[in-house]
Write a protein that binds this ligand. Sequence first.
Ligand code: UD1
Ligand code: MG
Length: 449
Amino acid sequence: MKAQKRTCLAIVLAAGEGKRMRSARPKVLHELAGRSLLAHVLTAVAAAGAERVALVVAPGHEAVVKEAKALAPDVEIFVQSPALGTAHAVLAAKAAIAGGYDDILVAFADTPLVRPETFARLRTGLESPGRAVAALGFLASDPRGYGRLIQEGETLVAIREDRDLRDGEADIFFCNAGLMAIAGATALPLLESIDRANAQGEYYLTDIVAAARRRQLSAVAIDAPEEEVLGINDRLQLAAAEAVLQTRLKAAAMRNGVTFVDPSRVTLSYDTQFGRDVLVEPDVFFGPGVTIGDGVTIRAFSHLVGAAVGPRSIIGPFARLRPGASLAEEVHIGNFVEVKASTLGPGVKANHLAYIGDASIGAKTNVGAGVITCNYDGFAKFRTDVGEGVFIGVNSALVAPVKIGDGAYIGTGSVITQDVAPDALALARSRQVEKPSWAKDFRAKHQKT
Ligand code: UD1
Ligand code: MG
C-alpha cells in the first residue's frame, strides 16, 4: 500500500522591519538574480510541497502583499501587529495552523537561498513517532548573534538565543538557521505555551523545542550548508547572497553546456535559459526572461532583458536586447544595436548602430548602419513592418506606422514616411547638387581678405 502523502502548510515570516537596508522599499522586496527575496522563498516552499502558504506581514506593507499575490494568487495574508517575536509571528497565522496539516514549515522571507530539497529534508525530520519539531541548523564560521542548537546525542534538547546563553554554550558552533518544520497536530498547544521570559522579552519560536520536551515530544536538528541559510539584514549580506546565487546559476548553466569565458563577469537571472554550445564573452548581463537557443554567441558588453534569441545567432559586442525582442535563427545583432518589442526573422542582420522598436522584420533582411524605427510621436507607439529580403540603406529613418514590402530597397539616408511596394526602390532624400570649382573660388576669395 502506498503511504499517504503528508499535507503541508508553509508560514513565511516577513514582518521584520529591515531598518539596516536603509531603504524606502521593504527588505523582502529587494532583489537577488532578478526577483525579490520573497519570491525566492515562496517558490522554494511551493517546490517543497506546501499546498497552502500563509504570509505574515507588518501593517501597511501593501507592496509585499501585492508581490506575494502576483506570484501565488492564493497566498493567505496575516498581519502581525505589534511584532513581539518569531513565535508570535507564527501564531498570527493561527487560523491557517488550525486547518489541520501534517507538517508546518516556517520560513523567513529574508533567508532566500534555502533550496526546496532542504525544506523537504526538514519535513522528513518529522516522520519519526513523537517528533514535534525539526529545526534547520548549520555550522557557523562565526556563531555570535545566532541561536545555538543544544543537543544530547542525536536529540535536540533546546535552542538558546545568543543573549540568553548559559555557561559553556557560547562555544557551540552548531547554530539555528531559524527555519523549522513543526508537526501540525501538536503545533498550536506548543506555540501557545511559549512565554516571553528572556533577555529580549519576545516570544521566541526557538522555545518550541523545550516546550515539546516538556510534553514528552522530541525535536531534531537537520543540517544545511552555511551559505544556504544566509539571512539578509543589510546590503552587504544582499551582495553576498547574490554572489552565492550567481555561482549556483552559472554552475548549472555550465553543466548544461554553456561556455563562459569568464564566469565571474557574467550576471544571470533566476530564470535565464540556455541551449547547448552557447558561448558568452565577459561583461554580459542577463535580466529576467531571457531564452538563448543552441549555438548562440553573445559577445562582450551586451545587455539582455526579456528577449528570446534563436539558434546560431550572434549578439554583440555592445548589443542591447530589451523586452519583447524575439529573434529567429541565425540573426546577427552587432555593436550599438538596440532591439525592443520586435520580431526578427531568420538571418536578419543589423550589425551596426541601429534602433529597432515595435517592428517586425522579415527573413534575410539587412538593416544598415544607423537605421532607426521612429516608433514614438511623444504620445503613442506605432509599428513598422518590414518584409523579407529587404535592404535598408544606412542612416534611414522609418517613420511608423509604415510597411515595406518584400524585396524592396531603401536608399541610404532616406526618411520613409509612406509604405513601400515589394521590390521597389524608395528614395526619400534631396538630390545631390554639384557646383564645379565652387570650393576653389571660395578659398581664393577668403585668402585675399
Ligand atoms: C532568529 C532565531 C535565531 C536564529 C536566527 C537565524 C528566534 C527567536 N531566533 O533570530 O535562533 O539563529 O534567526 O538568522 O527565532 N519576524 C517577524 N515578526 C517578529 C519577529 C521576527 O515576522 O515579531 C520575522 C523577521 O522578519 C525575520 C524572521 O522572523 O524574517 C527572523 O527574525 P529576526 O528578528 O531576524 O530573528 P533573529 O534575532 O535573527
Ligand atoms: Mg535575523
